[in-house]
Design a protein around this ligand. Structure first.
Ligand code: C2E
Ligand code: CA
Ligand code: CA
Ligand code: CA
Length: 273
């Protein structure tokens, strides 16, 4: 990678990671066709009313030998190798297909990697999946992170404008951890910002963090953007966040991501409240 003239050191640890990566990669290629991926769904709630508003789809790898593998172990490898493209299409199809079965006031949020946007016509993919599943566009939310620089010249920006035109919702994920958050709020056609877990985690113990969340919320209000807090684990955090005016949230306090079989019961139990 460093180029022909560069001198590099090669140590056994590097070999191990390289071997490990290529092993994961070859297994992953097969696992897409073998249908070894599954989606789990984590509820998102209105923090004021406690009402269920939607679910975030989170991918897992059901490995025949190693059991259920979390995305931190394979998403970056999938991105580097381009496998995120077929995987991402599968995730989108699956999530929309599932959401179509839910009550019509619930949406599904789907994570999309910048690789998918830059290397393929993912907008066309979204269009065709919505057409095939008959899910109304406003019931799909696309979560993107700030991992890529988005200016009005980049494919990512065009992608977001296209989604907006179709009526698909857009959430900026992991908000506050990227490098250009504020200019994004100014320029991108966003509907929602997702305040990163790292802030939520400290919200009930650290005054500075609390001040940051308050400012984010005020900013979002002024810009007419929705807010959602991710990673709410404690009652105290919930109280604080709802006091600060954060509109919605998700986290272990309410529910862990759940398998698809558990959804009907969960949705039903929330309806009865
Ligand atoms: P993310 O989009 O920021 O998702 C939130 C992560 O926080 C999820 O981890 C979720 O299970 C976890 N989480 C939810 N509530 C809590 C809580 O109360 N406390 C704590 N500590 N964690 C909580 P997960 O499922 O392991 O996913 C990790 C990351 O993998 C995601 O972060 C996302 O960036 C990526 N990912 C997951 N599914 C997909 C996918 O379909 N496509 C792409 N491109 N990326 C995905
Ligand atoms: Ca997300
Ligand atoms: Ca996030
Ligand atoms: Ca994250």
């Amino acid at each position: 990678e460093a180029g022909r003239d560069a001198i590099c050191f090669f140590d056994p640890a590097m070999e191990e990671t390289a071997n490990h990566k290529s092993q994961v990669l070859s297994e992953m290629r097969k696992s897409i066709s073998d249908n070894e991926f599954v989606l789990h769904y984590q509820p998102q709630l209105d923090l004021i009313t406690g009402k269920l508003i939607g679910f975030e789809a989170l991918v897992r790898w059901q490995h025949p030998k190693r059991g259920l593998i979390t995305p931190i172990h394979f998403i970056s490898i999938a991105e580097e190798s381009g496998l995120i493209i077929p995987l991402g299409i599968w995730v989108l199809e699956q999530a929309c297909f599932e959401a179509k079965k839910w009550p019509s006031d619930l949406y599904v949020a789907v994570n999309v990697s910048y690789i998918q946007i830059e290397r393929t016509d993912f907008l066309a993919e979204v269009k065709s999946v919505l057409h095939n599943t008959q899910l109304p566009p406003h019931r799909l939310e696309i979560e993107i992170t700030e991992s890529v620089l988005m200016t009005d010249q980049t494919p990512a920006f065009q992608f977001l404008m296209g989604l907006k035109e179709m009526g698909v919702k857009i959430a900026l994920d992991d908000f506050g951890t990227g490098f250009s958050s504020l200019s994004y709020l100014q320029n991108l056609p966003l509907d929602k910002i997702k305040i990163d877990q790292s802030f939520i985690n400290l919200s009930d113990t650290d005054d500075k963090t609390c001040a940051i969340i308050r400012s984010i919320t005020q900013l979002a209000d002024a810009l007419e953007l929705e807010t959602i807090a991710e990673g709410i684990e404690r009652e105290g955090q919930y109280k604080l966040l709802s006091d600060l005016g954060v509109k919605s949230g998700q986290g272990y306090l309410y529910a862990r991501p759940m398998q698809v079989d558990d959804l009907p019961f969960f949705i039903e139990s929330k309806r009865k409240l």
